[in-house]
Write a protein of this length. Structure first.
Length: 391
């Protein structure tokens, strides 16, 4: 049953938690491939770099979807956009399950990435229609659903890949997105556009917002570097775990993803502490945790314990950085919430794409120490922006 919404008047709990669940199921499509990369490599007889590019194309597609699709929610009905997005996503997942050529999988991965932006239609909605005192908390709840989906995707895909096969994982993903589409159209309210004009004018307004709000530039770029560091780790983990002394399959890589539950829990509760602790401190804490993780990944490269504690640290650090940079931006210009989210998340996933690319190149040329060096460099870039800006 659809609900009528009014700006700053409050968001019903049932709708909020439904949005969080659909966000998790939708974003999971980006990460199913990570534990399966080595399995796909062996099945198709391709190089590790070609397998890594599956993750690269999905991340690049997500950045493109954020840039060109999310602003449309300020111009036309969210429900109309989501109808096309869900349809393309379901078809691309099914096609990936049947594909036997790596070039086709790369292409479908790009489309899957573009169409997995569903949660980014929901986060601005949660911010725009929540009561002012509940905005950070409600954004944190939707973000927590998104993060839980990322974690669950690695665990589920790792287990399904090991027991049934990587193609079966994409068949299951097709079914999950079909159910999510049905649920979304049953409960999602239709909201009024916030922008009157052409699509071209809408896209040009992104540059106006960038010029008008220096904090939007700063927060977006430093969060992007931190996210690039996180994906630098995950993009090569399956290859590292396949080697001695671990000789681990996709199921173990997926189980390691469970260690990131600490990050999801952090997002649930951290929103209400942003004002009290301060954005600058949150970013410094997040970067410090990432550096601790990189040290564990380097000096404990043959220990499961080091990877477990490192994953906990890098995920909590990432959520401290993302939430403290993303949530405050919605207060800059509420009428442009979708476009502000577009700028932030497009930059964010461009950073993720950079981290995935650097990870693949570093692994191919320098192995695990190269991956750690590339990730630490991205974390250092994020911290440098925080220290130099003082914000």
């Amino acid at each position: 049953m659809k609900t009528m919404l009014k700006e700053d008047a409050g968001l019903p709990r049932r709708l909020l938690y439904t949005l969080a669940v659909i966000s998790g199921v939708s974003v999971a499509n980006l990460y199913y491939n990570q534990p399966l990369l080595d399995m796909i490599r062996q099945d198709l007889g391709i190089s590790t770099l070609a397998a890594n590019h599956i993750a690269l194309y999905s991340q690049a597609g997500y950045a493109l979807g954020l840039l060109f699709l999310i602003p449309l929610a300020d111009l036309v009905s969210r429900r109309r956009i989501l109808l096309a997005v869900f349809a393309l996503l379901i078809l691309s997942l099914a096609a990936t399950a049947a594909a036997s050529d790596i070039r086709a999988i790369h292409g479908f991965s790009l489309v899957i990435g573009i169409c997995s932006v569903v949660p980014q239609f929901f986060i601005p909605l949660a911010a725009q229609y929540s009561r002012p005192e509940e905005k950070n908390r409600n954004v944190g709840i939707v973000l927590s659903g998104l993060l839980t989906g990322i974690l669950a995707s690695r665990v589920v895909s790792g287990a399904v890949g090991e027991w049934l096969g990587w193609r079966e994982m994409y068949v299951m993903a097709t079914g999950l997105m079909t159910l999510s589409a049905i649920a979304a159209f049953r409960i999602l309210p239709d909201t009024r556009p916030n922008f009157s004009g052409s699509y071209g004018a809408l896209m040009r307004s992104l540059f106006t917002l960038l010029r008008q709000y220096p904090l939007l530039r700063l927060y977006s770029v430093r969060a992007a570097f931190a996210f690039g560091a996180l994906l630098c780790f995950w993009a090569s983990l399956a290859f590292k775990m396949a080697q001695a002394p671990f000789h681990a399959g996709s199921d173990i890589v997926g189980i390691l993803g469970l260690c990131g539950i600490a990050g999801a829990l952090t997002a649930t509760v951290a929103g209400k502490y942003i004002t009290r602790v301060g954005i600058h401190r949150f970013n410094c804490i997040g970067a410090l945790l990432q550096f601790i993780a990189w040290a564990l990944f380097l000096f404990g490269a043959e220990s499961y314990a080091s990877f477990v504690f490192g994953i906990v640290a890098i995920d909590i650090g990432m959520q401290c950085i993302q939430l403290s940079n993303q949530a405050p931006l919605f207060g800059l210009c509420p009428a442009a919430s979708n476009r502000i989210n577009t700028i932030f998340m497009s930059t964010y996933f461009a950073g993720g794409t950079l981290g995935t690319f650097l990870s693949g190149a570093a692994w191919a040329h320098f192995g695990w120490p190269g991956v750690v060096a590339a990730g630490a460099l991205l974390s250092a870039a994020s911290l440098s922006l925080t220290l130099l800006s003082g914000k």
